[in-house]
Design a binder for this molecule. Structure first.
Ligand SMILES: N[C@@H](CCC(=O)N[C@@H](CS)C(=O)NCC(=O)O)C(=O)O
Length: 218
C-alpha cells in the first residue's frame, strides 16, 4: 500500500537482525478507510493493512456537495450501514506519535466538517491475520447528518454519480477507484451494492459518450 514519503514511513533498509525494533507508540491509533481514504488517505501513517470490518455494509447513501458534488448537484459517496450479516473491506492505517493529532485534525475537516461524518470505533480484521483483530476509528455518516441521502435504486445512484463532480474530482472517479481496490482484494471481497452500481454505470455510459456521428454535428 503506497505510503506518504516521510522519514518514519521509510526507515533505512537494514537487514532485520540489525534493524532496531521500532516500539509502537502506546498512543498509536488505527484509522479504517472504506471510501476515498482507501486510495487517498492524504495523512502521514506508519503502517497499513488491507482487511475488513464485520457487522457493516458499505452504501453510497451519503450526499456530497464539496468533494464529488455541488449544492445544486450533490454527488454520492459511501458510508457504513449497520448490518449483522455485513462485511466491508478497506484499509486500516496506523498513526503514531505526532501523526495521531495531525491525522485527526486533517480528517476532522475533510470528513466531519466538509463531509458530515461522525467517528465510530470498529473492529478491523487484517486480511493476513484475521485472528488478530485491531480496534480502529472509522468515519461514518449517520442518517442524522444533513447530507444523508439514504437508499435509492442502484440505477438512480449510478445516474447521479455520472452527472456529478466537485472539488476533488468527478464522482465517477470515486466509484471506479473504489471498484479497483475491491478487485485488488481478490474474490473473497464481494460488494454487491458497489458491483450493481458499476454495472449500471457501464450500461448507461454509452448514452453519456458522444458518438462519432454526434461529434460530426459539432
Ligand atoms: N469515511 C469513508 C468515506 C470517506 C469519503 O469518501 N469521504 C469523502 C466525502 S466527504 C471524501 O473525503 N472525499 C475525498 C475525495 O472524494 O477524494 C472512508 O473511510 O473512506
Amino acid at each position: 500500500m503506497k505510503q506518504e514519503s516521510t522519514a518514519q514511513n521509510n526507515p533505512p533498509a537494514l537487514p532485520p537482525a540489525q534493524f532496531p525494533r521500532v516500539d509502537v507508540d502506546p498512543q498509536a491509533l488505527w484509522i479504517f478507510g472504506y471510501g476515498s481514504l482507501v486510495w487517498r488517505p492524504d495523512f502521514a501513517y506508519s503502517d497499513s493493512r488491507v482487511g475488513f470490518v464485520r457487522g457493516y455494509s458499505r452504501r453510497f447513501w451519503q450526499g456530497d456537495t464539496f468533494h464529488r458534488g455541488s449544492d445544486k448537484m450533490p454527488g454520492r459517496v459511501v458510508t457504513l450501514l449497520e448490518d449483522h450479516e455485513g462485511c466491508t473491506w478497506g484499509v486500516a492505517y496506523q498513526v503514531q506519535g505526532e501523526q495521531v493529532s495531525e491525522a485527526l485534525k486533517y480528517l476532522n475537516v475533510r470528513e466531519a466538517v466538509l463531509g458530515g461524518y461522525d467517528t465510530k470505533e470498529v473492529t478491523f480484521y487484517p486480511q493476513d491475520t484475521p485472528d488478530q483483530p485491531l480496534k480502529a476509528l472509522a468515519y461514518v455518516a449517520t442518517p442524522q447528518n444533513p447530507g444523508y441521502l439514504g437508499p435509492a435504486p442502484e440505477e438512480a445512484i449510478a445516474t447521479q454519480i455520472l452527472a456529478c463532480s466537485g472539488f476533488s474530482g468527478h464522482n465517477l472517479e470515486y466509484l471506479l477507484r473504489l471498484a479497483d481496490f475491491m478487485q485488488l482484494c481478490g474474490p473473497q471481497a464481494q460488494d454487491e451494492h458497489l458491483t450493481a452500481i458499476v454495472d449500471a454505470v457501464g450500461t448507461m455510459l454509452p448514452c453519456f459518450c458522444p458518438t462519432e456521428r454526434a461529434l460530426a454535428l459539432v
